[in-house]
Ligand binder design. Structure first.
Ligand code: DGL
Length: 258
């Protein structure tokens, strides 16, 4: 029996890929799972994060009976994809910063990478840059504060312009930068706020279309959607249930004890 498509992130960031997934796979059943008890991932040690991903994604795959796992988290994907693929019996689609399309798009050949502190400093990111943006200048900005900002805004909080401006300062200071990679799935959820705090010439690029296209290729068979989609969380609560409901997911069930 084919299972649903499981989308995993530390928190609500992975919801930014849901619209593209539903466009590419309109009748697929989805399950959203998040490790919100352990959010944020961007400041965790590598060893801790690999072990945590194996435990939590292993549990989410078993609980959902999914046919594909989409790791909608750059911080986890740039570190733990090999370990997950080795351990899990289902195909795994990863999310990595959209350096390649951004480099193809940039006219000034100066792009920015806005991501968690873990993602901006990973060797996986260095390899993406040398492979796809060798002729570009790349300014990296670690913006862990924007993860909590996205969580807060999605739950109904008011945006804090000071937090947003200060996270973007290293990019705002670059006169010729014309393209910014949103290398954390939380950041497209802040799209309009980020765009408003950056010069008008700057284009924002994220990975959601590429993830949806790849999932469509990989998901040979999947369960059909019936009613609302399911969700799982390591710390389910009413606030998270409201955010998930806005994306047409049922209230979360408990995913492993944290
Ligand atoms: N949404 C995750 C990403 O794409 C990271 C958020 C976190 O730090 O937990 O990197």
């Amino acid at each position: 029996m084919p299972g649903p498509i499981l989308i995993f992130d530390s928190g609500v960031g992975g919801l930014s890929v849901i619209p593209a997934l539903r466009r590419y796979l309109p009748d697929a059943a989805l399950v959203y799972a998040c490790d919100n008890a352990m959010l944020p991932y961007g400041t965790r040690s590598d060893d801790w994060l690999v072990q945590r991903m194996l435990a939590v994604c292993g549990a989410a795959v078993a609980a959902s009976g999914c046919s594909v796992l989409v790791v909608a988290c750059n911080t986890a994907s740039t570190l733990a994809l090999d370990a997950l693929r080795h351990r899990l019996s289902v195909p795994v689609v990863g999310t990595v910063p959209a350096i390649k399309p951004a480099a193809a798009m940039s006219e000034s050949r100066h792009i920015g990478l806005l991501a968690t502190s873990a993602t901006v400093s990973r060797s996986y990111t260095d390899r993406l840059i040398s492979e796809f943006a060798a002729d570009c200048r790349v300014t990296r900005a670690a913006a862990d504060s924007l993860v909590q900002e996205a969580e807060r805004i999605l739950a109904g909080g008011a945006p804090d312009p000071a937090v947003i401006r200060s996270a973007l300062e290293p990019l705002r200071a670059q006169a010729d930068l014309d393209t910014v990679v949103l290398g954390c799935t939380h950041f497209p959820l802040l799209g309009e706020h980020l765009a408003a705090a950056l010069p008008r010439r700057v284009r924002l690029v994220d990975s959601s279309e590429a993830i949806a296209r790849r999932t469509l290729q990989v998901a040979a068979a999947y369960a059909r959607r019936v009613g609302r989609d399911r969700s799982l969380a390591t710390a389910p609560d009413a606030r998270l249930a409201r955010v998930l409901a806005a994306f047409d997911f049922d209230a979360p069930s408990q995913l492993i004890a944290s």
